[in-house]
Design a protein around this ligand. Sequence first.
Ligand code: GLN
Length: 299
Amino acid sequence: METVKDVFNNFREALNGLYDPHETEAITLTVLTEMLDTSKAHIKAFPEKELDAANTHELSRILSELQTGKPLQYVLGETEFYGLKFKVNPAVLIPRLETEELVEWILGSVAGLEVSGSGGEVKILDIGTGSGCIAISLKKYLHVADVSAMDISPAALATAKANAVLNEVEVHFMEDDILNPAFKMDALGVDEDQSKFSIIVSNPPYVTLEDKLQMHTNVTDFEPHTALFVPEHDPLIFYRAIAEFANENLAANGLLFFEINESYGEQTVDLLKQNNFINIELKKDMSGRDRMIKAILNI
Ligand code: GLN
């Protein structure tokens, strides 16, 4: 019979070279915790615990997928974001820790929000929603908010919709391309008064070809390129399009939040200045890199 300890040893050996030993340990712990539906502390406390044949069989499937370099979250088909569970697959980017920081910033900013023209309720749009992690977390923690989310990818939207069901929240999803939007407020069908958004948020593709060279093949071989890489070698293409879109669809004094490429912080700030935004704040992530922006629409 295979024990928990054997599993750690097998994973360490099989994934050697692919991950650092501490990463492999964390991966193994997550796999066992999910599979045995228990806590990490419990797994660590009982290394001699024996696994049944079905678990052993499933573990060998997981291990062989991991050996191809496939990220753990895709292998398990799920991940956690802001304390919530999300289904993930190669049609969507795996939610990142930095993006949790962005959500935290938004949640903290909503309390002091005073927007005109938004009909008194907090109305949020997430552009390029992917797995839906931003939109769904915001809806979950801001019950009263009216949340909409768009994405160009039907497969991503299907995943986001499944995640809204999983987390028991209602989000209005739309398929659209922000670089060429056919978007109309009335397409949402959520408001008779056509009120504008009080918050627009986006974590658009921001990885440049230069950055790509530094990236791990775990990311570049498996995650969706349309969600990661900027088209037309223009690192600000989405930020420009969204800033312009926000000028039409964000309420006066409404907030715009972006996750950004750390190398383009100042340029993104300048772009927003040129597009009627004020009080622009650039914030670093936990690694000390310029990672997010908050700005107020001044029209
Ligand atoms: N932060 C992600 C990464 O480095 C990129 C996310 C994005 O392009 N929006 O993989």
